[in-house]
Design a protein around this ligand. Structure first.
Ligand SMILES: Cc1ncc(COP(=O)(O)O)c(C=O)c1O
Length: 443
């Protein structure tokens, strides 16, 4: 009898076990969103688990622009951009983005995930190498898996490690270096200038994913590339509308010829329906508001500074974050789940992140803040975190009491596949695969 592909589904019980223990944290249903608060099961919760940095997702002007676009073009485009799915709003948004970011051209994708996957797969060939920060987002890892090029991971944010990798690549291989502008779990900012210097030395293309930096860094929220003043030195800037723009969809920007090539070669662009009119109209309006209301970005940073100081003064380890993404180190997976559950009960919506999203043994509650959070919201969040940490003995966890435990454990999960070069030595341990939920459930 042939192998039963469904056996693994029958065997899977991590989520059921977490539910049975009363701390399953995922798929929490939101019945209503009121900006910085949400209603779940009739109860109001402070939302600190979204990427709605500028509070634009519920902005009535954006909602209205979405409705208007729907009235004019319908609920969907029912086809690929290449064929019947291009509407004038797509072209308007691409032009507006390119002008905003100072790029020659931009190309919309239906999600940020597709933008990374489509660009990486189209731009590289079997003899090429993609150099990938070990803390890059899953969409980049997935893009590297789909691309025929060899994937070479390098130590997070380290120009020395990047150089070490670059110098081993033969001349006949094209090199593409890709990194998050702001890393989605740690909140670290890309160490761009020295990375660019290394890229230049070895003739490599630079690709920056600005998912969490647009609307947050740089003048008018133009991202880390503008924050560091290196726009001319970065070949590809990618972004998504699922964070500061408060919507969904993504884009890639760069030279005219590269965009022309992607338009005809990126499979995630060609073989999928285009961005819905509602989304496109809404994002156009969001881009306009982002530029005309810089005070939102100032408020975001005021709230960010307050929370960095607040969490640190309670005694939490928030790592090296420099952004509104504030990872609260909890340590054990089980405790991170319990912590998130208690937060929810106390009226705070935040999600735990466990291995493989973060290093093993360093589970976090990932918090992220918005320009629209009030002082009162934020003070309440800090009080609740302090209370729960005391209750659960968070600061007694080995992650706090035994710093040595975490040394040399760098186990970012890169799924094994032919063509993936497993680079050890940067930080020791080899990538481990697996379900973090399992670890949480089994303690
Ligand atoms: C750094 C980064 N890149 C890309 C993506 C994918 O974006 P999207 O949600 O638009 O698919 C995300 C989403 O979480 C992200 O954090």
């Amino acid at each position: 009898m042939a192998k039963d592909l469904f056996q693994k589904c029958r065997d899977y019980n991590d989520s059921a076990a977490a539910r049975a223990q009363g701390f399953y944290p995922y798929f929490r249903c939101i019945d209503e969103s009121i900006g910085n608060h949400v209603i779940c099961g009739g109860e109001r919760k402070i939302m600190i688990g979204s990427n709605n940095y500028l509070g634009l997702a519920q902005d009535p002007r954006i909602v209205e622009a979405s409705v208007e676009a729907t009235r004019k073009f319908g609920a969907g485009c029912t086809g690929s951009r290449l064929l019947n799915g291009t509407i004038s709003l797509h072209n308007d948004l691409e032009q507006a983005l390119a002008a905003f970011l100072g790029r020659e051209e931009a190309l919309l994708f239906s999600t940020g995930f597709f933008a990374n996957q489509g660009a990486l797969a189209a731009l590289t060939e079997a003899e090429d190498v993609i150099l990938c920060d070990r803390e890059n987002h899953a969409s980049i890892i997935e893009g590297c898996q789909v691309a025929l090029a060899k994937l070479v991971p390098y130590k997070h944010n380290s120009p020395e490690a990047l150089r070490n990798r670059l110098k081993r690549i033969p001349d006949e291989s094209g090199r593409l270096i890709i990194m998050d502008g702001v890393f989605s779990m740690s909140g670290d900012v890309a160490n761009l200038p020295p990375m660019i210097a290394a890229a230049k030395e070895y003739d490599a293309i630079m690709y920056v994913d600005e998912a969490h930096s647009l609307g947050v860094f740089g003048p008018q929220g133009k991202g880390v590339v503008h924050h560091f003043g290196v726009n001319d030195e970065v070949d590809i800037v990618m972004g998504t509308f699922s964070k500061s723009f408060g919507s969904m969809g993504g884009f890639v920007s760069g030279s005219r010829e590269m965009i022309e090539f992607l338009k005809h070669k990126a499979r995630c662009f060609i073989f999928t329906a285009s961005l819905a009119p509602a989304v496109t109209g809404g994002v156009l309006k969001a881009l306009e508001i982002m530029q005309s209301e810089p005070e939102r970005i100032e408020l975001l940073w005021r709230n960010t500074r307050k929370m960095h100081e607040g969490f640190r003064s309670i005694g939490f380890n928030i790592g090296s974050t420099q952004t509104p993404i504030v990872p609260i180190l909890i340590g054990s997976e089980a405790k991170a789940f319990a912590f998130a559950q208690r937060l929810f009960e106390e009226g705070v919506f935040a999600i735990p992140a466990i291995y493989p999203a973060v290093r093993y043994g360093e589970a976090i509650v990932r918090t992220s803040f918005m320009s629209t959070h009030t002082e009162e919201d934020l003070d309440m969040v800090l009080d609740i975190f302090a209370k729960i940490a005391k209750e659960l003995g968070t600061f007694d966890d080995p992650a706090y009491t035994e710093p040595g435990r975490r040394r040399n454990v760098f186990d970012f999960a890169l799924p094994k596949r032919v063509g993936v070069e497993e680079v050890r030595g940067d930080s020791g341990a080899v990538a481990r695969n697996g379900s973090g939920l399992h670890a949480a459930v089994s303690g």
